[in-house]
Design a protein around this ligand. Structure first.
Ligand SMILES: [Zn+2]
Ligand SMILES: [Zn+2]
Length: 420
């Protein structure tokens, strides 16, 4: 029997998995400094949660969700994003009432049944942050600074740009959408098929359609920024002042509207030109009404999510760093095998990963294993070394080699890694 993985799903092999782990741990450290705690949310939720929060007329809810009926006749969905679950958890666990200020982050898989295409998978991974309870522009500023600092910690600042926009409040958006619809009605002939149907259902999406025809047709479309009320306009200015004050570079893109219904006021994206059409590395914004929509009190909130696959593509598998076993022990003969086994375990107990072959084969073959393991030092237990109670230590990067007493060799390797 030859069973294959499902279409659009993939295995994350060890080299990539170690890069992902490093990305997650770098982010976890930055999150912690900003006071964000990790939350682990279920992968499966009631379908209604996503219909209510993301919006019935969005691509995600209309076409992309993994929805099915379970054995108990419940309609359930594999989570397509993290915010809805986070808000549900915030309300359901009583935070909304008892401690309506919280900063959470999460890492994990999301599921969308998209048409398979290069770089898009039906199970993908996100690192996200959500902040509850702050209506102040400083919270938007904090979220943007956090995102920018994550980009710094991952060393990709030079390779990304930050775009921000404001969608205003519900009233601003309604007035703007009326105006936008009027404008789009006069352009129907020039729009892509998808956008023709969007005019009624989700006209905002038309102005961020990637189709060249649509870009041209909407070049003179009205800007949401001209429809902000005084309060929304002040809020947006205050967010911009924070970014300016912190010297965080950004540009304002009034066409960035985000595909989900729950956003209001500040929205933002972190973009790269390196990944073709999949240009958003992270995206998010404010969603002040969502806690209330999902049955909680009126608690303002905002958040973002980063695409882990996109980050991994940018950083490469090498980002995983040194392999877990920077030392490799090679040996000859039964005594050599024993000495190597004990030496290796001593290193491991000292906090230094070390590997070995168990098969007593040629040094050449064992050195090949050492090389492909990614080790930087090799401890050699040949017949002459073992007879004298010594170990030869070879540095694979410069080829240098020295023969030392076993304790001395251990000290040397230990210092080499602890000072590195
Ligand atoms: Zn407003
Ligand atoms: Zn279009």
């Amino acid at each position: 029997m030859n069973i294959k993985r499902l279409k659009g799903f993939r295995d994350i092999l060890p080299a990539e998995a170690s890069a992902v782990r490093r990305i997650e741990s770098v982010c976890a450290e930055v999150f912690a400094r900003y006071g964000f705690s990790e939350i682990r949310l279920p992968l499966l939720e009631e379908t209604l949660l996503f219909n209510r929060s993301i919006g019935e007329a969005t691509d995600i809810v209309e076409k992309e969700m993994y929805t099915f009926t379970d054995a108990g006749d419940n309609t359930v969905t594999l989570r397509p994003e993290g915010t809805a679950s986070a808000v549900r958890a915030f309300v359901e666990n009583g935070f909304a009432k008892s401690a309506p200020k919280a900063r959470w982050y999460y890492c994990g898989p999301m599921f969308r049944r998209e048409r398979p295409q290069k770089g898009r998978f039906r199970q993908f991974h996100q690192i996200g942050a959500e902040c509850f309870g702050f209506k102040e522009p400083a919270a938007d500023g904090e979220m943007l600074a956090l995102l920018w600092d994550l980009a710094g910690a991952l060393f990709i600042r030079e390779r990304v740009s930050l775009e921000i926009n404001s969608l205003g409040c519900r009233e601003d958006r309604a007035a703007y959408i009326d105006e936008l619809k009027k404008f789009l009605m006069g352009k129907t002939g020039e729009l892509c098929e998808n956008c023709k149907t969007r005019i009624e259902k989700n006209p905002l999406r038309v102005i961020d359609c990637k189709n060249e025809k649509c870009k041209e047709a909407t070049a003179a479309a009205p800007s949401i920024l001209d429809w902000l009320c005084g309060e929304c306009s002040d809020h947006f200015s205050a967010v911009r002042r924070i970014l300016d004050g912190e010297a965080i570079p950004y540009s304002v893109n009034p066409r960035m509207v985000r595909g989900l219904d729950y956003y209001n006021r500040t929205t933002f994206e972190l973009l790269t030109g390196e990944l073709g059409s999949q240009n958003a590395v992270a995206a998010g914004g404010r969603y002040d009404g969502l806690v209330e929509t999902l049955g909680g009190p009126a608690v303002p909130a905002l958040g973002f999510a980063m695409g882990v696959e996109r980050l991994t593509l940018m950083l490469g598998e090498g980002f995983g760093g040194d392999c877990g076993q920077p030392v490799y022990c090679v040996f000859r003969g039964e005594e050599g095998a024993k000495a190597a086994f004990s030496f290796r375990r001593k290193l491991i107990l000292d906090g230094i990963g070390a590997g070995m072959d168990f098969e007593d084969r040629s040094f050449k073959a064992q050195m090949r294993s050492a090389d492909s393991s990614g080790a930087r030092l090799v401890a050699i237990f040949g017949e002459s070394e073992v007879a004298e109670g010594k170990v030869s230590v070879k540095n694979l990067s410069d080829g240098s080699q020295s023969t030392l007493g076993a304790d001395e060799a251990f000290e040397m390797i230990s210092n080499f890694y602890k000072s590195a």
